[in-house]
Design a binder for this molecule. Structure first.
Ligand code: NAD
Length: 366
């Protein structure tokens, strides 16, 4: 397995492999860039078929966090971790505790939050052994409702705001009534996004590999169930991939019938050139790391402190950021992902090491 010469390595600052045979923990922590501050990013648990698959995922996700936090104007660097295993079968307290001990060894260079396959409860178990976790503090959320620290509501709201900005730009409308949206993955983020859309009057199609999750969207939101093969290819206005990455690829893009892609999943483009392919096909792509920044914004403020109004206002800047990206893309002819990358790079290359918040300022007290 190549590391330094891995195609996704992209000058990562640090890569750590952790193994705890007693609990079965096998995890990789990737720290991409800390020029704006400590690397904060989710801890994903997924049954990767191979170590290579896990490495590729963590490298791509970690780099994405550097870009996401810079684009959202947060004093944070980019990092991510993956635990190899099926969260429905292999998750135990011992495993989460072992992950917590592993994170502690990194001394705050990386701070873990929830991601696909991990929950607030899991993070709290890790927190028995480390302060370097986030997304766990009970407080009043950005929406004025009680929050247990889970960033998913803010991610879903930011994605909804971003989707509306994309609809306004491409379809010239603010009213979402009758808008047809297909959502792939109705978990923590996808289901909440579906609820926002339903409340705004949109018509929904959903697919989830877990039948119970899909049924909840059908029962509670009146969504129409779709199949695994159809969900991103339906004749709808918007597709919102909210499950796994790399779903925009050579196979799917030529068959997509929607004119907009606006979903929360990370690393939606399988390869960089898929950005241009979407533009060539006239499909407006809301770059994943711009539209799904609500969660990292929320977690950032959990650690620094802010009123719910401040957090909400910052999450809502996602709409302005996307509008700026779409405008620049129209003017330059460059695809939206490339524009978003440029904007983010301007922001994190400008920062010199140490200019962001020090890890100890962000580390949870106690
Ligand atoms: P989740 O695990 O709660 O939900 C994911 C859902 O997708 C689950 O219901 C799962 O069954 C389903 N799924 C998995 N593979 C699928 C497939 N091939 N087809 C259809 N459904 C599938 O995770 P989440 O927190 O909702 O995150 C969803 C995505 O958004 C992930 O890519 C995550 O990295 C990204 N994201 C999440 C947050 C957050 O705050 N939770 C923030 C930014 C980005």
């Amino acid at each position: 397995m190549n590391v330094f010469s891995h195609p996704e390595f992209d000058n990562h600052e640090q890569l750590s492999f952790f193994c705890d045979p007693e609990s079965g923990l096998k995890a990789i922590v990737a720290v991409h860039n800390t020029s704006r501050g400590p690397a904060l990013g989710g801890c994903r648990m997924f049954p990767y078929a191979t170590d290579e698959e896990a490495l590729r995922d963590v490298l791509r996700l970690s780099r994405g966090m550097t870009y996401k936090s810079a684009l959202a104007n947060l004093d944070l660097g980019g990092g991510k971790s993956v635990i190899i295993g099926d969260p429905r079968k292999h998750k135990t307290e011992a495993l989460m505790e072992a992950m917590g001990r592993s994170l502690e060894k990194l001394g705050g260079q990386y701070i873990a939050a929830e991601d696909s396959g991990t929950s607030v409860a899991d993070l709290k178990v890790m927190g028995r052994h480390t302060r370097h976790i986030a997304g766990i503090a009970a407080r009043t959320g950005f929406d004025g409702k009680p929050s247990n620290g889970d960033p998913s509501p803010a991610t879903a709201y930011g994605t909804f705001i971003g989707l509306k900005a994309a609809v306004r730009h491409r379809l010239g409308r603010d009213d979402l009534r009758g808008l047809k949206v297909a959502i792939q993955g109705v978990g923590n983020v996808g289901f909440r996004l579906a609820r926002h859309l339903k409340e705004a009057g949109a018509e929904l199609w959903v697919y989830d590999i877990h039948a119970d999750n899909m049924q909840r969207a059908v029962d509670e939101l009146g969504a129409t169930p779709a199949s695994a093969t159809d969900i991103l290819l339906l004749p709808v206005d918007v597709i919102a991939p909210c499950a796994m990455g790399a779903v925009l690829n050579d196979t799917s893009i030529p068959q997509i019938r929607a004119s907009l892609v606006a979903g929360a999943a990370n690393n939606l483009l399988e390869q960089p050139h898929h950005d241009a392919l979407l533009k060539e096909r006239g499909i407006l792509y809301a770059p994943d790391f711009a539209i799904n920044a609500g969660g990292i914004i929320d977690v950032f403020y959990e650690r620094t402190g802010a009123t719910p109004e401040t957090v909400r206002a910052h999450v809502e800047t996602i709409g302005d950021t996307l509008t700026e990206i779409f405008r620049r893309s129209d003017q330059s002819g460059l695809p939206t992902g490339a524009i978003a990358n440029q904007l983010a790079e301007e922001r994190f290359h400008k920062h010199t090491a140490g200019a962001g918040l020090a890890p100890q300022r962000l580390a949870r007290a106690g």
